[in-house]
Design a protein around this ligand. Structure first.
Ligand SMILES: NC(=O)c1ccc[n+]([C@@H]2O[C@H](COP(=O)([O-])OP(=O)(O)OC[C@H]3O[C@@H](n4cnc5c(N)ncnc54)[C@H](OP(=O)(O)O)[C@@H]3O)[C@@H](O)[C@H]2O)c1
Length: 222
């Protein structure tokens, strides 16, 4: 498959790009608002993989062109720019393409991180509202720590939760996610359940802040 990571120049985009390029033979495409930044990051990811003996071709483009070249488009951008990013690339999306939202809205105060639920119900729902009707949105990867993903020496052994209203698209994303070694997907239900999934992320960060020795936490449901 051809997977575009919009904002693939950032933390979670880097982790997903490295893992997919390392563990699979899918085409990984880095998107950015700045095509030069996308190309430079793509080269850096290729170089890191080459050091590990994996020859991978990763291309970088502006977000619109990255989306145009892909079947699967990951919205690896800050939560309150998910909707405008979808709108910016909407003419590059074809019927049957799948958007993946890993985004979680959070705010921080003296007590720690808190889930910041948008009026639409969840950030995943914001993506649904912005997406063309013939493009399914699946929520996935919300509760993964980017630093753990991008450290290819780190074993994952964790779960990621899927939410979505299109069963076929959810199955496709589940397969793609499980092709990352050490990642198991669990079905958390429909888009209406996305807030429950997104709200786990600040909990994981607060646990890491308050417990020495814990960092880059993930969840394994057993
Ligand atoms: N970091 C994590 O551990 C983690 C884990 C799970 C989920 N997430 C979710 O994944 C998403 C990305 O997180 P991140 O930590 O990777 O974020 P990030 O590194 O802060 O940003 C990712 C990319 O977003 C793009 N961006 C920045 N401002 C933008 C804007 N105004 N409009 C459009 N694009 C913009 C930038 O790419 P260009 O400048 O190249 O365009 C940037 O490299 C977030 O929604 C977050 O909730 C993060």
């Amino acid at each position: 498959m051809r997977i575009a990571l919009l904002g693939g120049t950032g933390d979670i985009g880097e982790g997903l790009a490295l893992r997919w390029a390392h563990d699979t033979d899918h085409d990984v495409i880095i998107g950015s608002r700045d095509p030069e930044k996308a190309r430079s990051k793509a080269e850096a990811y290729e170089a890191e993989l080459a050091e590990r003996g994996k020859a991978a071709k990763i291309n970088g483009f502006d977000n619109e062109m990255a989306a145009d070249r892909a079947d699967i488009v990951v919205l690896a951008v800050p939560p309150y720019h998910v909707a405008d990013t979808v709108e910016a690339v909407s003419t590059s999306l074809a019927a049957g393409d799948i958007l993946i939202s890993p985004a979680t809205g959070m705010k921080r105060d003296d007590d720690g991180f808190h889930y910041h639920r948008p009026g639409a119900g969840s950030v995943t729902q914001l993506a649904v509202d912005a997406a063309p009707d013939d493009v399914a949105v699946i929520g996935c990867f919300h509760n993964l720590a980017a630093a753990r993903l991008s450290n290819l020496d780190a074993d994952l052994g964790i779960d990621t939760l899927l939410v979505g209203d299109d069963a076929d698209a959810k199955a496709t994303v589940g397969t793609l996610a499980e092709e990352i070694e050490g990642l198991r997907t669990l079905d958390a239900g429909s888009i209406a359940n996305a807030a429950e999934v997104e709200s786990i992320t600040p909990l994981l960060i607060n646990l890491a802040i308050n417990n020495s020795g814990l960092h880059d936490l993930g969840v394994r449901f057993d």
